[in-house]
Design a protein around this ligand. Structure first.
Ligand SMILES: CC(C)(COP(=O)(O)OP(=O)(O)OC[C@H]1O[C@@H](n2cnc3c(N)ncnc32)[C@H](O)[C@@H]1OP(=O)(O)O)[C@@H](O)C(=O)NCCC(=O)NCCS
Ligand SMILES: [Zn+2]
Length: 282
């Protein structure tokens, strides 16, 4: 702080109060998407935000963040090979601060790692090393099975990574095989294949998407303010149920409807055929 000239808008205590008001409770499992800036000035920065969550959910709770790195091998895009002990998270300061804490566990997936602190954190991130990004036996399924609350702190539903997991569990035909770069034990880069990678376009990468309207209409979204941030959360299992039902009714729910979108146009027909024929379930 600036010698008392500039009052912080938020502190760990005020944020904890706001999170309780929003409906977070002791023992909760929370999957957090976030923007630090959206909170207004926070005394103590990202660490204070993390501590506020941990104070509310307590030692029985579990705080999870995406720690995505996008260390793909295409076109030299990878700045360096993925190493879970070194590579920064690209999805916000709060996420990048969380995985670096000594009591955090981070999964070893080359592009879509996640990190967590709390009860069962180590179990959550286990077995997420190479191949399947969102697979049913991996972390993205575990937190849904553990009834996580998916929380959007100052960010919109455009960041809703769990929707890609649903795409995987329903075996929708448009997840991709990608190449990623990981660091070998000897420090040299190694190219690995990643399956179930969410490349390509989606309708929900824009505001007021089809799935956002469906989720709003379903009544499962709770809203409030945390600091200055417009915040919302949904129970993950209810979200998955609403989205799966929505895909059964409209198989291309998560793809866009634009004719000039090469990716979505390519996969619309195969997606409709797959869903109508197989009625896939998670
Ligand atoms: C991209 C995104 C992370 C950007 O949000 P952001 O608030 O601008 O950035 P961060 O959360 O990294 O926080 C850093 C910012 O906090 C601000 N900041 C620093 N200290 C601060 C403090 N004590 N209090 C408040 N803000 C502070 C800084 O201005 C910094 O911005 P700068 O880099 O422009 O200086 C966010 O919009 C987003 O999309 N989050 C969700 C991502 C996600 O979960 N994606 C998953 C699927 S792709
Ligand atoms: Zn599209």
């Amino acid at each position: 702080m600036n010698q008392g000239v500039e009052q912080p808008n938020a502190t760990q205590q005020s944020l904890a109060h706001d999170l309780s008001q929003l409906g977070l409770r002791s023992g909760d499992v929370v999957f957090l998407h976030s923007s630090l800036k959206s909170l207004g000035w926070v005394d103590g920065g990202a660490d204070a935000v993390i501590d506020a969550f941990l104070a509310v959910i307590g030692p029985e709770g579990l705080l999870i963040v995406p720690a995505l790195t996008w260390t793909f091998a295409r076109g030299g895009a990878a700045q360096h090979a993925f190493d879970p002990k070194e590579t920064p998270s690209r999805v916000g300061k709060i996420t990048d601060t969380l995985w670096r804490r000594p009591n955090a566990f981070r999964s070893a997936h080359p592009t879509h790692s996640i990190a967590a602190i709390g009860r069962r954190a180590e179990e959550l991130v286990a077995d997420h090393d190479t191949t399947s990004t969102f697979g049913k036996d991996g972390p993205y399924r575990r937190y849904v099975d553990w009834r996580a609350k998916i929380l959007f702190l100052g960010v919109s539903l455009r960041s809703n990574t769990t929707l890609h997991a649903i795409e995987d569990w329903l075996d929708l035909p448009y997840l991709q095989v990608e190449k990623a770069v990981v660091k070998r034990p000897d420090g040299k880069p190694r190219i690995v294949e990643v399956t179930g990678s969410p490349s390509g376009h989606r309708d929900f990468y824009k505001d007021n998407s089809k799935v956002e309207r469906l989720l709003r209409a379903s009544g499962i979204i709770r809203r409030g303010k945390v600091g200055a941030a417009d915040t919302l959360w949904m129970p993950s299992q209810e979200m998955v149920e609403v989205v799966v039902k929505g895909i059964h009714q409209e198989p291309t729910l998560l793809l866009c409807d634009r004719d000039d979108c090469e990716f979505c146009s390519k996969y619309r027909r195969p997606t409709i055929d797959h869903v109508r024929k197989n009625r896939p379930h998670i």
